[in-house]
Design a protein around this ligand. Structure first.
Ligand code: SF4
Ligand code: SF4
Length: 56
């Protein structure tokens, strides 16, 4: 299992720097999580102001 970023993402970028696995990357003005790198620690969910990150 990995986490995913939904369409609610506003592109603020806060989550990118919380990920110790470097799994969150900017993509076309939004962000996405690489499921092969994400270890499902959940750290990114606590910094997202719009709750756009959820378990996939
Ligand atoms: S759940 Fe953890 S490993 Fe996965 S993207 Fe979020 S911070 Fe990175
Ligand atoms: S913290 Fe939330 S709103 Fe900001 S870039 Fe990450 S997923 Fe998008």
């Amino acid at each position: 299992m990995a986490y995913e970023i939904t369409g609610k993402c506003n592109g603020c970028g806060k989550c990118e720097f919380t990920c110790s696995m470097d799994a969150i990357r900017r993509s076309w003005g939004s962000y996405r999580i690489d499921p092969d790198l994400c270890d499902s620690c959940g750290a990114c969910t606590s910094v997202c102001p719009v709750r756009a990150i959820r378990p996939d």
